[in-house]
Design a protein around this ligand. Structure first.
Ligand SMILES: [Zn+2]
Length: 231
């Protein structure tokens, strides 16, 4: 893998659910904010359908709060929820328009999203929401730069996105070096999703968070995380 180009200032993480940035992307985000870069998160949904034992009306607001706590550990100051329906995202015009609008509001140099293949590593099925979001993000970068595709958007076109980086893609092309403090920050961020993790497993929140982050890092020394980069 090539070294991830860090000659940029603003990144926008565009993903489907609260906690999506926490399974690995946050490791790189921690490093980048330590460098003085600005990273904003825009999440399509509040993840309200993500806790089987809790009704959406309760789970959505709770998961937004958990995400707001999580970003404090990795230097992220802007967090926005688009309020789209969790579990029911559809690739199409509505999603592309919502993401194009977000890109025009935040005006990033780099856009980051999550694996949108059918599986993670050919083993675990990927969610329908992740598949829809990733495809729409790729298109929305072009849509945001075009004056005529969504003329109803009020912010001016944004043509400065240098690259799109996809975390957990099956064929990563670029890697980001990670320090111990980034690992600690990412574990702390994931640990803030307490109600969500508690519903998944009886193991302690911290043990679950550490195991998840260490799984991302695998055996790589020095520690690094990989992204597939589209120019
Ligand atoms: Zn997700």
């Amino acid at each position: 893998m090539e070294v991830f180009d860090e000659n940029w200032q603003r990144a926008l993480v565009l993903m489907a659910h609260p906690d999506d940035p926490e399974y690995g992307t946050a490791l790189a985000v921690s490093r980048w904010t330590r460098q003085g870069k600005e990273v904003a998160y825009v999440l399509a949904t509040a993840g309200e359908a993500g806790i089987e034992t809790m009704a959406p009306a309760q789970a959505g607001p709770l998961r937004e709060i958990e995400q707001r706590r999580a970003i404090t550990h990795v230097g992220v100051q802007e967090l926005e929820f688009l309020g789209l329906p969790d579990g029911r995202l559809e690739y199409g015009i509505e999603l592309r328009r919502a993401f194009a609008a977000a890109i025009r509001r935040h005006r990033p140099d780099v856009v980051i999203t999550l694996n949108f293949e059918r599986t993670f590593g050919g083993v675990y099925r990927n969610s329908a929401d992740h598949q829809a979001v990733g495809r729409a993000v790729l298109d929305a970068v072009s849509d945001a730069a075009n004056s005529w595709i969504f003329p109803e958007l009020t912010d001016p076109p944004h043509t400065e996105v240098q690259m799109i980086a996809v975390f957990a893609d099956g064929a990563p092309t670029h890697c980001v070096q990670i320090e111990q403090q980034d690992i600690d920050a990412a574990i702390a961020a994931l640990s803030e999703h307490r109600e969500y993790l508690a519903a998944l497993s009886p193991d302690s929140i911290e043990d679950q968070a550490r195991a998840q982050v260490e799984m991302v890092l695998g055996e790589h020394l020095p520690a690094r995380v990989g992204f597939r980069v589209y120019r």
